[in-house]
Each structure stands twice: as C-alpha cells, then as structure tokens.
Design a protein around this ligand. Structure first.
Ligand SMILES: Nc1ncnc2c1ncn2[C@@H]1O[C@H](COP(=O)(O)OP(=O)(O)OP(=O)(O)O)[C@@H](O)[C@H]1O
Ligand SMILES: [Mg+2]
Length: 228
C-alpha cells in the first residue's frame, strides 16, 4: 500500500495588487500518494509556478496547511524549512541553474555535501551512479559550458535526486529544449518514476510530457480539476 506523501488542506494564496488581492490558489485540497507521477497543466498565468513554489517550501501560503511526509511545513522556522527542502524535495526548473565553475559531477555532489551525513566518497559514488542513470557516464568532468542544453538538464535532474527526495518537483523542465531533446528528458522522468518509485510532480505545457505521466491535473480558477 502506498502512503500519502503530500496533503494540502484549504490552501490559499493571493498576490497584493494596487486596489485588490489577486487570488491565485483558492481553498485548494489535494492528496498525492507515494510513487505518483503527476502532470500539473493549466493556462499561462493560472498559477502553476506559484502552486509548485508553495509545495516546494519556496513560498508561504496565506492560509491552509501543507503536509509533506505527515509533517506540517507552512509554519516552520526558516532553518527547519531549509532542512526539509534539502532533504525531502528535489527541484528541476526550466533553466538548469548549474554552477558554471564546477564539473557535472561536482554539481550533482554539492547538495549532498551540504548535509554532511555522508562521506565525500559515498557522495561521489552516489553522484556517479545518478549521472550514469541519466546517460551521462561520459560527461562527469565536463563543465556546464561544455554540455548541450539537454545534457545540462540531465545533470540538473541527477542533482535533484542526490539527497533521495520524497518528491521531485519540476517546473517546465523541457520548456527550453527542442522536441527531440525533450523526449529524452520525458523518458528519463518516466524511468526514474518506474525504477526508483520516485514521486514526481511536474508542471508542463507539453502534451507529450503530460502523456507519459500517470495522472494529469488542471489548475483553473485557483483549484485543481482532475482527469485520468
Ligand atoms: N510575486 C508576484 N507578485 C505579484 N503577482 C505575481 C507574482 N508572481 C506571479 N504573479 C502573478 O500570478 C499569476 C500566476 O503566476 P504563475 O507564475 O504562478 O503562473 P503560471 O501558471 O506558472 O504561468 P506560466 O505558464 O506562464 O509559467 C500571474 O498572473 C502572475 O502575473
Ligand atoms: Mg510558470
């Protein structure tokens, strides 16, 4: 039996505009189970990135509760939020945000070295295994400037997985890539979900990516609409 990994209760988020509040998320309730692989779709400006940033503990809701692995996270102190973000969540964005002065291998190792609970040797082995799993065994020592767009995004995926996150969050991971390169990323996400039982929530405009996900939800007027 898979268990609940993310529970949202009566979530609300608005942005202040000059004369009024711009409501983005409105009384939203949602439960995600372990091993789910969900595409979040919706029009541009519907609030998908805002929504993902709330789940990713990058932003705070105005009200409501967010449980990740049964822990309520919206009222935690900054330091506890940082620890949870680093241990429970992995992020992939449209832009890779790799550090230019470090190699692919070092970029993947960095989030695990911050934790200090594993030796450098263990971290290195883990990073090498992840880079191999995204097909980059020949690229360990390349710097980001020496990698293609698709390769950089594969390094970013490996980096997001290095601390064994409970949930992998991705915001338009192929938004910047051509369709052929995107397909490789779609296959990698599919493989990670299947072989590592990795829970994945991915915001996307891509019908192709949505079609490899197990489930699709639509963000509309502050709420989620479901379709399978
Ligand atoms: N920090 C902010 N302050 C004020 N308004 C914001 C802020 N961030 C986003 N918005 C507004 O909130 C709405 C939702 O933005 P969001 O970025 O979440 O949409 P999105 O669904 O991710 O869009 P896209 O598909 O284009 O990436 C938009 O109208 C946007 O202009
Ligand atoms: Mg967005």
């Amino acid at each position: 039996m898979s268990k609940e990994i993310l529970v949202l209760k009566n979530l609300n988020k608005s942005y202040k505009e000059k004369n009024r509040d711009l409501k983005i998320i409105e009384d939203l309730n949602w439960t995600v189970m372990e091993e789910d692989f969900i595409a979040v779709l919706g029009k541009s400006g519907s609030g998908k990135s805002t929504f993902l940033n709330l789940i990713g503990i990058l932003d705070k809701p105005d009200s409501g509760e967010i449980f990740i692995n049964n822990k309520e996270i919206s009222n935690l102190k900054e330091r506890e939020r940082d620890i949870l973000r680093n241990n429970f969540l992995g992020f992939v964005f449209q832009f890779h945000y790799l550090l230019p002065e470090f190699t692919a291998l070092e970029n993947v190792m960095l989030p695990a070295l911050v934790n200090k609970d594993k030796s450098r040797k263990e971290v290195k082995e883990k990073a090498m295994e992840l880079l191999k799993s995204v097909g980059l065994e020949e690229r360990f020592n390349h710097k980001p400037s020496e990698l293609s767009g698709g390769e950089k995004q594969r390094v970013a995926i490996a980096r997001a997985l290095v601390n064994d996150p409970k949930i992998l969050l991705a915001d338009e991971p192929t938004g910047n890539l051509d369709s052929e390169t995107s397909e490789v990323i779609h296959e990698i996400l599919h493989k990670i979900n299947k072989e590592r039982q990795q829970t994945i929530i991915v915001v996307t405009h891509s019908e192709e990516l949505a079609s490899v996900c197990k489930e699709r939800v639509y963000l509309k007027k502050g709420k989620l609409e479901f379709s399978r």
